[in-house]
Design a protein around this ligand. Structure first.
Ligand SMILES: Nc1nc2c(ncn2[C@@H]2O[C@H](COP(=O)(O)OP(=O)(O)OP(=O)(O)O)[C@@H](O)[C@H]2O)c(=O)[nH]1
Length: 311
């Protein structure tokens, strides 16, 4: 090995510099350098492509031109404090940004502080586009929320379904027994609903179920909870309400429903309700009492409210 055979160190340094430049140009992630005041000093092709601007449209501009109005001040301040600070790296963060033409994207940005040719600090920012991933995440989140909703609600009426409703009753019962506060439930069922379905069809029956649900909710208190147990059978949980007041509330519900006409056909429908006040911490017993009272309401002519304790 002779020194004359190896390339000159200056040549090597020059090659290394050019290689570095080429690597930055070829990098699949967007890279930019901003001066101490936040103006673009370098943008690589991936950065330009991502935002849809030509290099000359970005150089000399303030980086906040790519930031939505709402975040502009925050990011401006972050840039300044990073430049002035001691940290050499800025942690990865997710941001909303705006490309040419106003298109918004989500990026992950990570930054490093370097010292420029003039001895002043510069910020190098590396960005990765995660717009697609973000959209997918949002879609998944929506789908999960929908699944969660469907698992707990009845689709036709939007009420809590049987399973979620009974869980809620358990919670309300244990709260009642802990604080010794009253609690009542009412089970109600629409009268002769089969005849409505048979005469007007299932679709009309469905509409009536929806409209009756709305009427009942409108008549009850905000704190009362209406549940669809199944078919045309419902349950109302009335926290902090004793049996007599629950009877009065259900009497109001009964008459409101009986006096209303439903659907465009102006149909009438009545309900029979059983009311039971909380006696002991057992969901089954409470429901059993309310069910028996409802049965009695049906037996004694329908369109009425019967209280279990009065049986
Ligand atoms: N449209 C519609 N009908 C339903 C739904 N769920 C249950 N039903 C109907 O509700 C009717 C209930 O009938 P029954 O149990 O015989 O009671 P009923 O005719 O209301 O008579 P009583 O309860 O004794 O007053 C049946 O025709 C069911 O098909 C539903 O989601 N939509």
């Amino acid at each position: 090995m002779t020194s004359s055979a190896s390339p000159d160190i200056h040549q090597l340094l020059d090659q290394s510099k050019r290689n570095t430049e080429n690597v930055i140009k070829a990098a699949p992630l967007g890279i930019c350098i901003t001066d101490p005041h936040g103006y673009f000093e370098m943008v690589n092709p991936a950065y330009c492509d991502f935002y849809g601007y030509a290099e000359e449209e970005l150089l000399g501009q303030h980086f906040t031109m790519l930031v939505p109005d709402a975040n502009r001040e925050t990011l401006h301040d972050l840039h300044d404090s990073f430049i002035e600070g001691e940290e050499r790296h800025e942690l990865r963060q997710e941001w909303e940004v705006i490309g040419k033409g106003g298109k918004t994207h989500t990026i992950i940005a990570e930054a490093a502080r370097i010292i420029g040719f003039d001895g002043q600090p510069r910020k190098v920012t590396f960005i990765v586009d995660i717009t697609q991933r973000k959209r997918l995440e949002q879609r998944l989140q929506k789908a999960n929320e929908r699944l969660h909703y469907l698992a707990h609600h009845d689709e036709l009426t939007g009420l809590l379904n049987r399973r979620a409703g009974l869980q809620r009753l358990e919670q309300e019962l244990s709260r009642s027994s802990r604080y010794g506060s009253p609690l009542s439930v009412s089970m109600f069922d629409l009268d002769n609903f089969k005849a409505i379905n048979d005469t007007y069809g299932h679709g009309v029956g469905d509409n009536i179920l929806q409209e009756v649900t709305a009427k009942v909710n409108e008549t009850l208190r905000e704190t009362d909870i209406q549940i669809r147990l199944g078919g045309e059978e419902f349950l109302v949980i009335m926290p902090e309400v004793d049996a007599e007041n629950a009877r009065q509330a259900m009497e109001r519900v009964r008459s409101a429903v009986a006096e209303t006409t439903f659907t465009q056909r102006a149909l009438t429908v009545t309900l029979s309700a059983g009311v039971a006040g909380y006696v002991e911490a057992s969901t089954t017993r409470l429901l059993d009492h309310a069910d028996k009272a409802m049965y009695q309401a049906k037996q004694s002519g329908r369109n009425r409210v019967v209280v279990a304790s009065s049986m």
